[in-house]
Design a protein around this ligand. Structure first.
Ligand code: HEM
Length: 141
């Protein structure tokens, strides 16, 4: 359940940041810090930098999914059924990795927002992140 204030804080994060750039950097961070995650992205052909078109294109897809979650913040799960199924049945991604990407994204948001990334903002964003990770993990249990 979300309070109006929490929603406003998530809204502030989402509207004040360049989603595409932040998500591309978060993906690069994921690949650098947790190198095994690269093995899922065979199609990237070794191109794992934020500026690479492989990562940029993929970041666009992740941004779209996050936008869907953001637009349905009270009820994300039904909107993520197909995406969860895809990660589970087709891509065989270990759901632990969802948390790692969520953390990398949080780091990048903190970087991008600096002083505006207050403890309250971080808490609200982290709650949103958990909702997304939960919805994405739903097909697994
Ligand atoms: C594909 C979202 C986390 C591995 C996708 C797609 C979306 C997406 C929207 C495109 C689906 C399509 O084309 O139908 C997300 C979101 C995540 C997340 C919102 C977490 C917050 C991860 C993680 C991994 C991963 C952590 C692996 C470490 C993949 C792979 C593909 C994919 C391998 C297919 C890429 C390709 O070959 O084009 N994801 N994803 N995802 N995702 Fe995720």
């Amino acid at each position: 359940h979300w309070t109006g204030e929490e929603k406003a804080l998530v809204n502030a994060v989402w509207t004040k940041t360049d989603h595409q750039a932040v998500v591309a950097k978060a993906l690069e961070r994921l690949f650098v810090v947790y190198p095994w995650t690269k093995t899922y992205f065979v199609k990237f052909n070794g191109k794992f930098h934020a500026s690479d078109s492989t990562v940029q294109t993929h970041a666009g897809k992740v941004v779209s999914a996050l936008t869907v979650a953001y637009n349905h913040i009270d009820d994300v799960k039904p909107h993520f059924v197909e995406l969860s199924k895809k990660h589970y049945e087709e891509l065989h991604v270990d759901p632990e990795n969802f948390k790692l990407l969520a953390n990398c994204l949080e780091v990048e948001l903190g970087h991008a927002l600096h002083k505006e990334f207050t403890p309250e903002v971080q808490a609200a964003w982290s709650k949103f992140s958990n909702v997304v990770v939960d919805a994405l993990s739903k097909g697994y249990h």
